[in-house]
Design a protein around this ligand. Structure first.
Ligand SMILES: NC(=O)c1ccc[n+]([C@@H]2O[C@H](COP(=O)([O-])OP(=O)(O)OC[C@H]3O[C@@H](n4cnc5c(N)ncnc54)[C@H](OP(=O)(O)O)[C@@H]3O)[C@@H](O)[C@H]2O)c1
Length: 264
């Protein structure tokens, strides 16, 4: 799919992977509607989209509110007159050991990491189907392929979203609309700024994920796992889950939470 002249919505566009993806889509020729809760941060990203020569629309949105996500799609159609690409990227890293898990914590994770993406699909899909072309990107996580302790609330939501995307892709077969599920490993964004990770799962720049997303849209890929070494863990999980558990333990893939030094 060619991106020049197309219109994309990116949620979670105020920073990290979403901001990098919005700018990468603009550089590929798309106009971009930017959604997240922090309006000022969105304005900064909008300036970068405009610097790339494309139009930007800032729509402050809480993706856990379905009415706000529906309004986001309507505002984009009103401003740009078309809609081609949905990037459901907004998310939050909500961790809790299962023995301390509360239903509220689980619900909070599902609200942003699962329903927030589903609402975008439900609101945008009818327009993509009507025009007979388009692309939907769901940003899940390697935590949606192999769960790491103590990430149960996040893992549950990301596995749910991965499964939703798997069905979505199949239901869209033959419609002209495609879907990609993206499974990043560790990415150097504010989300995991406080997490020290081992060399084997070193944080990659958000721009690397953004490049993979743009390429996946162009080539209509069904799944993207980045970086390469994350695929090794997935293969281990497919062959023998206990082997993958061993790798998680031995390599310390869950990472270690560290205090940030504010005086630095
Ligand atoms: N960083 C990683 O290592 C990593 C690895 C795998 C997958 N991912 C996934 O990649 C996606 C992007 O994460 P990131 O690493 O770029 O993290 P980030 O820098 O913390 O960005 C998260 C984005 O989501 C937005 N967001 C959070 N809650 C929201 C809500 N209720 N409504 C609207 N927007 C909301 C935030 O914006 P506001 O605060 O302005 O609302 C922000 O723009 C997430 O889905 C995450 O799970 C990240």
């Amino acid at each position: 799919m060619r991106l020049d002249g197309k219109v994309a919505i990116v949620t979670g566009a105020s920073g990290g992977i979403g901001a990098a993806t919005a700018v990468a889509l603009a550089r590929a020729g798309a106009d971009v509607a930017l959604a997240a809760r922090r309006a000022e941060a969105l304005q900064n990203v909008a300036a970068q989209v405009r610097d790339a020569g494309r139009r930007a629309l800032v729509v402050p949105t809480d993706v856990t509110e379905q009415a706000q996500v529906t309004a986001l799609v309507e505002d984009t159609l009103t401003a740009f007159g078309r809609l081609d690409v949905l990037v459901a990227n907004a998310g939050a890293y909500i961790r809790s050991p299962i023995r301390a898990l509360t239903p509220e914590t689980l619900a909070r994770s599902l609200a942003v990491n699962f329903y927030g993406s589903v609402y975008l699909v439900l609101a945008g899909l009818p327009h993509l189907l009507q025009q007979g072309q388009g692309h939907i990107v769901l940003v899940t996580s390697m935590d949606g392929k192999k769960g790491l302790p103590p990430d149960a609330p996040y893992v549950a939501a990301k596995f749910a979203l991965s499964g939703f995307g798997d069905v979505l892709r199949q239901e869209l077969h033959g419609t002209g609309v495609a879907a990609t599920v993206v499974f990043p490993g560790r990415v150097d964004t504010p989300m995991i700024a406080d997490l020290r990770v081992p060399w084997i799962s070193a944080k990659i720049p958000p721009e690397a994920v953004a490049r993979a997303i743009v390429q996946a849209i162009r080539r209509r890929r069904s799944e993207v796992i980045v970086p390469f070494q994350a695929r090794l863990l997935y293969w281990a999980q497919c062959v023998a889950p206990k082997l993958a558990d061993w790798a998680v333990r031995t390599l310390g893939l869950s990472g270690e939470e560290v205090e940030q030094d504010d005086t630095a």
